[in-house]
Design a protein around this ligand. Structure first.
Ligand SMILES: *Cc1c(COP(=O)(O)O)cnc(C)c1O
Length: 450
């Protein structure tokens, strides 16, 4: 079956018993192999090209390999965007991965109280940690921050009004808009103030018989600077309570650590919001917390209980993988000294430019001499967190047509994603793990040589 014969194409049964096919059958399911051979035959027939065993089976093998690759696969993030939503936001700490593998991959006590031998609460472990770490009375976890907001509004404001400042009617991305989520939660939006200035008196004037809660939304992904005003959070919470209303905050990024301790700009923390007197605070688990996608809910026991008992809770509840990872991440925060090194997203955020430069040089040394140029640049926090914060970094600029190089790197295994600037492909080692440097160098060498 090796002679090129432009006319007759071999029959399927002959193809399937060819030595090349027998080798492929050892690595791929027979139905997939048969389908790939049939597809190649069809392609040959359409093209009118002749049959050559070598190229025929090579094409079939390439198609089989492509089909066997997981759809969701590993990427080396060389963009320098630490919380890159398209790349899965926060890389999980080793402790979270270990918890998934060791504790919950098989059966686990998700809803079984092992001591009492009775039905347990899937939220118990994370809720206790959230309370311990923030000073909140109670906690709850849902699938993401958007779900937490939807649940909070549905449980606390349906049929009534939620008062929000015009400076906080944000769109987060992926179509999540505060006015729309309020409507979806069955509540009406009462806008107060202006884009740049909203005073406590504006909130007070908007309170009426229909008002259920005062909602504060963190301006996660943008900043209004200049002539601005917003009430002190504690004063806002006190105003709500003076009128028998709830004070709710969507904190977005949900930092647990005081970021100024790490040399980053001040970012409101979960602990700060609880201390300010908010009855309920919601945030994401995979932004500045550095954990899995999750919606964190914390606050007063009675208020969190209303969310837990709401029918939507059943639709928004997280699975055991999320809860195991989140619990492990929250445990890391019990050690304020060790947490930065243990949570990759935090470690990347605090990495000094010199350390990034050292990694860039190590990477450059693994490439052909002169292939890459080191240039200064900036990394971003991403994920709608800390907008306007640029972290000084050291980039590797690669020669050649940037788009084509980027496409070759994306097609690799593992895929590599960089960014294009000034017509060149740039790699930012800040978001590349130390253990990935050699793999990345290998991928770049292959892409440059192709
Ligand atoms: C990110 C964000 C959300 C949405 O959280 P997800 O976890 O992405 O669903 C909601 N509100 C604010 C203020 C945010 O920053």
């Amino acid at each position: 079956m090796d002679a090129a014969n432009p006319r007759a194409l071999p029959a399927m049964h002959r193809l399937l018993s060819a030595p090349e096919a027998v080798l492929l059958a050892a690595r791929h399911p027979r139905p997939a192999l048969a389908a790939a051979l049939r597809a190649e035959l069809d392609a040959l027939r359409r093209s009118g090209r002749g049959f050559t065993a070598a190229s025929f089976f090579a094409a079939a093998e390439a198609a089989l390999e492509a089909a066997a690759r997981p759809g969701l696969r590993r990427v080396i993030n060389a963009t320098g965007v630490v919380l890159h939503t398209n790349l899965g936001r926060a890389p999980l700490p080793a402790a979270a991965l270990a918890a998934i593998a060791a504790e919950v991959g098989g059966y686990c006590n998700l809803e079984l109280d092992l001591e009492a031998g009775a039905r347990g609460d899937r939220h118990a472990a994370c809720a206790a940690l959230l309370a311990e770490l923030t000073g909140a009375e109670a906690g709850l976890v849902v699938n993401n921050g958007a779900a937490a907001m939807l649940l909070a509004l549905s449980a606390l404001a349906a049929g009534g009004e939620a008062v929000v400042s015009r400076g906080e009617l944000v769109e987060i991305g992926g179509g999540f808009r505060i006015p729309e989520v309020i409507r979806q939660g069955g509540a009406r939006l009462a806008e107060v103030g202006t884009t740049n200035r909203t005073r406590l008196a504006d909130y007070a004037a908007a309170i009426g018989p229909e008002t259920r809660l005062l909602l504060r939304v963190h301006q996660s992904n943008y900043r209004i600077t200049g002539f601005t005003a917003a009430p002190d959070p504690a004063a806002l919470a006190a105003l709500a309570h003076a009128h028998g209303l709830l004070a709710v905050e969507d904190l977005g990024s949900g930092a647990l650590l005081d970021l100024t301790r790490l040399g980053l700009p001040r970012e409101p923390t979960l602990t700060g919001s609880i201390a300010a007197g908010f009855d309920l605070v919601v945030a994401s688990g995979d932004k500045l917390l550095g954990g899995p996608q999750a919606g964190l809910i914390l606050g007063r026991r009675e208020v969190v209980g209303r969310l837990a008992r709401h029918p939507l809770m059943r639709a928004l509840r997280p699975d055991k993988l999320t809860l195991a990872a989140l619990e492990a991440v929250l445990r890391l925060y019990r050690d304020p000294e060790g947490v930065v090194a243990a949570v990759p997203a935090l470690a990347m955020l605090v990495m000094p430019r010199e350390a990034v430069a050292a990694r860039a040089m190590r990477l450059a040394a693994l490439l052909p001499p002169g292939a890459a140029e080191l240039v200064e640049g900036e990394s971003l926090v991403g994920g709608g967190s800390l907008p306007g914060v640029a972290l000084p970094t050291c980039l590797l600029a690669l020669p050649g047509p940037a788009e084509a190089l980027a496409a070759r790197l994306r097609a690799g295994r593992p895929a590599v994603v960089g960014r294009i600037g000034g017509g060149r492909l740039l790699l930012d080692p800040r978001t590349v793990a130390e253990a990935e440097v050699e793999t990345l160098a290998e991928a770049v060498r292959a892409a440059l040589a192709a």
